[in-house]
Each structure stands twice: as C-alpha cells, then as structure tokens.
Design a protein around this ligand. Structure first.
Ligand SMILES: O=C(O)c1ccccc1N[C@@H]1O[C@H](COP(=O)(O)O)[C@@H](O)[C@H]1O
Length: 211
C-alpha cells in the first residue's frame, strides 16, 4: 500500500475527487511550458479546499527566487518540488531561503544515475525518483515515461521518497510491489488527454496504489 500524489491539478472538481479517493499529496505545476501549468492565483483557489494534513506541493523547474516568492506570496504550499537541474547547493538554498521542505526529483535511466539520489539525499527533505527524460523532451517530467524499476530493488536512502514516471492505474501495483515505494506520484497516467485529468482514472489509480 502506497500513499499517492496526484500532480498537475487544474480544476476544483479533480482536487475534490483526489481528496475523496484518498490522495495525500496534491501537485500544482508552476512551469509555463507544461500543459498543466497554473498561476499562483489559480493554485491559491485550488488549495483553498484542501484540509490540513494533505500536502499541497508546488512543482518548479529551475525557479529563480522571484518566481518562488511570487507564488508563495499567493498560494499556501507545504512542499516545494524541484524538477529541473537544481544543484544540491541550490536545493539547500531554497530550503533555507523560503522555509519550506524541498523534494528533489532525480531522473533515472541507467545504474549510473543512481548515485545522484545519495547526493541529493544529504540536502533534500524528500526524493522523487522519476524517469530521465529523452534529450529532446520539452518537459523534464510529466511525459508518461517509465524506467526500469528493478534498479530500485533493495535500495534505501536517507530521506523519504516517492516513485514517479509513467505510472498508471494498470501498472502502479506492480511498481509498488517491485520497488517497495512508500509513495507514488502520477500525472499523465490519470489523464484522458495531455493535461486533462480524468476523475475515473484518478479514483482507479488511488485504489490500485492503496492495494
Ligand atoms: O506534470 C508536468 O507537467 C511536469 C512538468 C515539468 C516537470 C515535471 C512534471 N511532472 C512530474 O513528472 C513526474 C512524472 O509524471 P508522469 O506521471 O510520468 O506524467 C511526476 O513526478 C510529476 O510530478
């Protein structure tokens, strides 16, 4: 049984479905190139119905301080997700400057990519283990791309972690079984079209992840 983060929410109805179905983390994307991007004002509205105990996660890609400050002035967030090429030093800087925990995404394609998880585990509060995007990808995540989950078998890190990348209602139970992930994160796998969340798929995914 794994906890669930539903990422890329843009509509109140989907926030309500995710909460009703048992999601523990809700993700709002602040990356303009994403079809799931929201403004700080939209995120503030979406976050307004989220009860205490459910984490509101802001997803950023190589954000500068001005963007982080603009969003945080408007939208109440509990966790900052850094999904770009942020260095361990930048992760530490964001944590101390903005006073929120940081989850760092690390892209995995081969065994050589695994060492970054150890490095970021020293500074981040959480790790997000995602598929490494193709070289020509427009988005550094949210592409519905999976990686070889066997790379994670038997691995442990200093910090809590989530599994992401190409998860769907149909494969998430197997992913959790193989990796022992305590938490799973999904965006594309609960969409009927790119950027369009689907209530039925959200419910199916959470039911499958919870086993
Ligand atoms: O969802 C996005 O649009 C996005 C944009 C930029 C960086 C990351 C993004 N999403 C994250 O990517 C992973 C995997 O998503 P998917 O389920 O494979 O589509 C997940 O952590 C999302 O939070």
């Amino acid at each position: 049984m794994a906890q669930v983060k539903i990422c890329g929410l843009r509509e109140q109805a989907h926030v309500a479905v995710a909460l009703d179905a048992g999601a523990r983390y809700l993700g709002f994307v602040f990356f303009p190139k994403s079809p799931r991007a929201v403004s700080a004002v939209q995120a503030a509205e979406l976050a307004s119905q989220v009860p205490a105990g459910i984490a509101r996660v802001g997803l950023f890609v190589d954000p500068d301080d001005a963007l982080l400050q603009t969003v945080l002035n408007e939208a109440p967030l509990d966790l900052i997700q850094l999904h770009g090429d942020e260095s361990p030093q930048r992760v530490a800087e964001v944590k101390s400057r903005f006073g929120l925990p940081v989850m760092k995404a690390v892209g995995i394609a081969t065994p050589e990519d695994m060492s970054a998880l150890t490095d970021y585990g020293l500074v981040a509060d959480m790790l997000l283990v995602d598929a490494k995007p193709a070289g020509d990808a427009i988005l550094p995540g949210g592409n519905g791309l999976a990686f070889d989950w066997r790379l994670l078998a038997g691995r442990h890190w200093l910090k809590p972690w989530m599994l992401a990348g190409g998860l769907t209602p149909g494969n998430v139970a197997e992913a959790v079984r193989l990796t022992k992930a305590p938490c799973v994160d999904v965006s594309s796998g609960v969409e009927s079209a790119r950027g369009q969340k689907d209530a039925g798929l959200i419910r199916d995914f959470i039911a499958a992840a919870e086993g």
